[in-house]
Design a protein around this ligand. Structure first.
Ligand SMILES: [Mn+2]
Length: 341
């Protein structure tokens, strides 16, 4: 938990600003979008000029959150350097330059105040004010606290935005970041009008055939490594091409790695641009994959992290497994150390 005054400081930022640009990370996800849309509604209701600009286009399944059709995608709907300087740039669900590709003119060069609301451990010094709690299950948890503190009414639309983020970042309340408070918040949001079934249907029962075909090809590559303590998954450019899948179609695919009995960590390697591999890491409690991601210039959470590396799939896999070995050894040693009462 972070001190109460951090929320007040963030609120003061919003109160001072007449114009706000909200943004989130590249490949916007449920938590980033849910946080941004909930904040946008609250700020617009307060009469502020609000733009929501994302660095890359979100998957189509999130379109229902954009009720007014006002989301702007950088490079498609608007050129970032052409955005007039707002009083405040509010960034949600990331605090790293790498995740804000293309947004630099707005964040670094416009002279606006920059507020970050986030729950990732990895952070660059890009904000003038930070509301960051790595213990929060999702950024929407922080946004919810902020709105409650501001006396905002959590209507059904806002509750839906927040629930989407919460369900997204907890993989529908199945990840180790779920605590009693997380479920209580979910209950409060359902009471305020969020419909879990409706949200589930929109997000999870709406896959394209190409996505599932891509998953089929990728799952067929699953292999054990490091004595079965790690499962590795490959997604090649050829697979995307063969089934007509999109980059966002690998979201959550990595979770199948931990479904394998005995797996303590999962590694997903996705061929991005030629010569570049996007690495995602997941682990069970007690195994810190963040340090592996950070070694390669990436970031994230202790049990969910990622990085981008140069090289072929095989080369990158070898480097990542090399780095992961000692982390697993540490985890095993730690779990064998008897707890001191
Ligand atoms: Mn998040």
């Amino acid at each position: 938990m972070i001190p109460d005054h951090a929320y007040q400081t963030a609120l003061d930022c919003f109160r001072r600003a007449e114009s706000v640009v909200l943004t989130t990370h590249v490949k916007p996800d449920a938590d980033g979008l849910g946080s941004a849309f909930a904040l946008a509604r609250w700020l617009r209701a307060a009469g502020k000029a609000v733009r929501l600009v994302v660095p890359t286009a979100p998957p189509e399944k999130y379109a229902f959150l954009d009720r007014g059709g006002r989301l702007e995608v950088a490079g498609r709907d608007v050129e970032v350097p052409a955005i007039p300087q707002p009083d405040l740039v509010a960034i949600v669900d990331t605090c790293t330059w790498q995740q804000l590709e293309g947004m630099e003119p707005l964040v670094a060069e416009s002279g606006a105040e920059v507020l970050v609301i986030d729950h990732h451990r990895t952070r660059d010094a890009l904000a003038t004010v930070e509301l960051i709690d790595p213990d929060a299950a999702a950024t929407v948890v922080l946004v919810h606290r902020l709105l409650v503190r501001a006396g905002a009414i959590i209507d059904a639309d806002t509750a839906t935005d927040l629930f989407v983020g919460l369900a997204g970042d907890t993989d529908w309340f199945r990840l180790p970041n779920v605590e009693a408070d997380t479920l209580r918040l979910a209950g409060d949001l359902a009471e305020a009008g969020a419909s879990p079934w409706d949200i589930h249907a929109r997000l999870n029962l709406s896959d394209s055939l190409s996505k599932l075909r891509l998953w089929g090809l990728a799952v067929a590559t699953l292999r054990p490594a490091l004595d079965g303590r790690v499962t590795v998954l490959h997604v090649t450019r050829e697979m995307f091409r063969d089934v007509g899948a999109e980059p966002g179609d690998t979201e959550n695919l990595i979770n199948v790695c931990l479904q394998v009995r005995g797996a303590l960590a999962g590694v997903m390697l996705v061929e991005a641009d030629p010569g570049e591999v996007r690495v995602s890491l997941r682990s069970v409690p007690g195994v810190n994959v963040l340090q592996v991601a950070e070694r390669f210039g990436g970031g994230g959470h202790m049990r969910a992290a990622g990085a981008r590396l140069e090289g072929t799939l095989r080369e990158v896999e070898a480097r990542v497994l090399d780095a992961l070995g000692p982390v697993l050894a540490d985890a095993v040693t730690a779990s064998q150390t008897p707890e001191i009462a």
